[in-house]
Design a binder for this molecule. Structure first.
Ligand SMILES: Cc1cc2nc3c(=O)[nH]c(=O)nc-3n(C[C@H](O)[C@H](O)[C@H](O)COP(=O)(O)OP(=O)(O)OC[C@H]3O[C@@H](n4cnc5c(N)ncnc54)[C@H](O)[C@@H]3O)c2cc1C
Length: 367
């Protein structure tokens, strides 16, 4: 079979745009629909070396060089700002790529500019019927189409996942978080995290004097927390309290952290990628990396030989171990949040570089 398969990508987040780009480049006939008409107010992203490598392969290297902030160190502090460890990024990602921080908006606009296709915005899938000959899709705007493959890139609350496995849901990962971007008046020049008891505050430069701030809180009951961000961090370092006094903190974007772990991922012709397939707690900061790697591997797999179902299975087999590793490491890291801070701090002072090398070592290899 030639590459001239027709593919529908549902969802134009990072995963969907990356997939549409990679498939279009390989000669597939691609449509991409997005139910929103405007992209959501994004915050920031930390992109480890493997994310930068995958985005560079997609064609975004120059944008990352120009508009993202290079991250040379991951600095771990206790809640009072006392140093626990510094992780050297050049060493951790040697031979892969320099990690960066970037705003979500800038990454998305660069992905859209890099995509040679128009995203059909304000459109979603109304009905989808699979048969031997392909997938019949009717859309919310009244149009319809016939596709060889449908890619579900519709995020953690994926509707396509219900088609793939009606029993697959998402699991609350135990944290609620707040995100905002503010001026970097504090001059923070590296990824810096302050670790409290069940609370984390992270600041990441994201280019042009902007700072991405992420705060989270472990709680069994997210609904009971309320949005009183600053009060949860009132005992933290001055620098954290200063950042939480920024006007943007009042409008912080609040999210409940969830993960998707069902490994089914596909039917004969519908396949999931990105958060729809394997959303994880963000503790490993691997969401973009896994999504763009999925996109590249899916495009490569679909170019291979055999029935479409076999090609989709090859994609799944290749991606499952890596994404499950990320989820397992994220879960393990999250479980240390319940440790007494004195124990956790001692472990980090003694072993943080080794823990980082172990957690990320496997991800240095090509996907
Ligand atoms: C708090 C938090 C912090 C994070 N921090 C980082 C980080 O620092 N670094 C990192 O690499 N990753 C991070 N991530 C993860 C990362 O943002 C995602 O993994 C990545 O953006 C890929 O998302 P996606 O494209 O799969 O899904 P989404 O971004 O959710 O995109 C899905 C798209 O599909 C659309 N859609 C949904 N349903 C339909 C439908 N039925 N029809 C049409 N369109 C539809 C949505 O509107 C949306 O545009 C973080 C995640 C969270 C929650």
């Amino acid at each position: 079979m030639s590459n001239a398969l027709s593919v529908l990508v549902v969802g134009a987040g990072v995963a969907g745009i990356a997939a549409a780009t990679a498939l279009d480049r390989r000669g597939f006939s691609v449509d991409i629909v997005e139910r929103r008409t405007q992209s959501p107010a994004g915050a920031g992203l930390f992109l480890p070396g493997n994310a930068v490598r995958a985005l560079t392969e997609l064609g975004l290297g120059a944008v990352l060089d120009a508009d993202a902030a290079p991250i040379r160190t991951q600095r771990l502090l206790d809640h009072r700002g006392r140093e626990l460890a510094d992780i050297d990024m050049a060493q951790l990602w040697q031979g892969v790529a320099q990690p960066v921080g970037i705003t979500h908006d800038r990454l998305r606009s660069a992905l859209v500019d890099n995509l040679g296709l128009t995203i059909q915005a304000g459109v979603t899938v109304r009905e989808l019927t699979e048969s031997e000959s392909g997938v019949e899709v009717s859309f919310s705007d009244g149009s319809s189409g016939h596709y060889d493959v449908v890619v579900g890139a519709d995020g953690v609350h994926s509707e396509l996942r219900r088609i793939v496995n009606p029993d697959a849901g998402v699991r609350y990962a135990g944290q609620i978080c707040w995100r905002f971007v503010t001026a970097n008046t504090a001059g923070i020049d590296n990824w810096t995290v302050w670790l409290g008891r069940g609370t984390t505050f992270l600041a990441v430069p994201v280019g042009k004097d902007r700072l991405y701030c992420y705060a989270d809180l472990s709680t069994p009951e997210p609904a009971a927390v309320g949005a009183q961000l600053a009060q949860h961090f009132s005992h933290f370092d001055d620098q954290v309290r200063g950042l939480l006094a920024a006007p943007e903190a009042a409008g912080a974007y609040v999210s409940v952290i969830e993960e998707a772990t069902d490994p089914t991922w596909r039917t004969r012709r519908v396949v999931l990628i990105g958060d729809a397939a394997h959303a994880s707690s963000p503790t490993m900061a691997q969401g973009v990396a896994m999504s763009v790697e999925d996109a590249l591997v899916l495009a490569e797999s679909l170019c291979g030989s055999g029935e479409i179902e076999q090609r989709l299975e090859r994609y799944r087999q290749r991606r499952l171990p890596r994404t499950q590793w990320v989820q397992a490491r994220a879960r393990r890291r999250d479980s240390t949040r319940s440790l007494a801070p004195a124990i956790r701090n001692t472990v980090l002072r003694l072993a943080a570089p080794r823990i980082y090398a172990r957690d990320y070592g496997l991800l240095r290899a090509q996907p």
